[in-house]
Design a protein around this ligand. Structure first.
Ligand code: DQA
Length: 151
């Protein structure tokens, strides 16, 4: 059966990965992480689309454009995780699986990072595993879509 692509959404400042606070976020670039996720999904015959934006409305528009077309969403919302209710509401109107993804473990950091407004509308969250999280998120999505032997 043909499945729609998976959409990876990357929020603010993630375009700076590789240069930005490498002690927290690592030295790999966003392109590296996109390539990791793309390779895992390709193993299940699923394509990947990616959008990075520093603007909440762009991400909301992308979620709207995913409705009825995209099979699953993986989202690292960056700091929008903690307050962007517009993204929460857009994701709530998406029908397929949603994986919330973070390089760091926000729950082990400053108190303001302990709240996620995305978590209540996500199928599940992968956080704290650095770049390996992109592969883990891909495996989770393949399982949710029935494209993995381990699901
Ligand atoms: C992040 C965690 C957020 O708290 C932070 O604002 C980010 C990156 C992560 O991937 O660890 O920008 O989403």
């Amino acid at each position: 059966m043909t499945l729609g692509p998976v959409l990876l959404l990357s929020g603010p400042n993630l375009n700076l990965l590789g240069q930005r606070e490498p002690a927290i976020y690592g030295s790999a670039t966003l392109d590296d992480h996109v390539a990791t996720l793309r390779a895992v999904l390709a193993g299940g015959g699923v394509d990947l689309e990616h959008l990075q934006s520093n603007h909440e409305g762009d991400l909301i528009d992308a979620v709207h454009g995913a409705r009825g077309r995209v099979s699953a969403i993986v989202i690292n919302p960056g700091a929008f995780t903690h307050y962007a209710w517009g993204i929460h509401d857009a994701l709530a109107a998406f029908d397929g699986p949603i994986v919330e993804l973070h390089l760091s473990n926000p729950n082990a950091r400053e108190a303001w990072r302990h709240i996620s407004v995305v978590a209540p509308v996500a199928t599940g969250t992968v956080c704290g595993f650095g770049g390996a999280g992109y592969a883990l998120a891909g495996q989770a999505v393949l399982g949710l879509l029935g494209r993995s032997g381990s699901s």
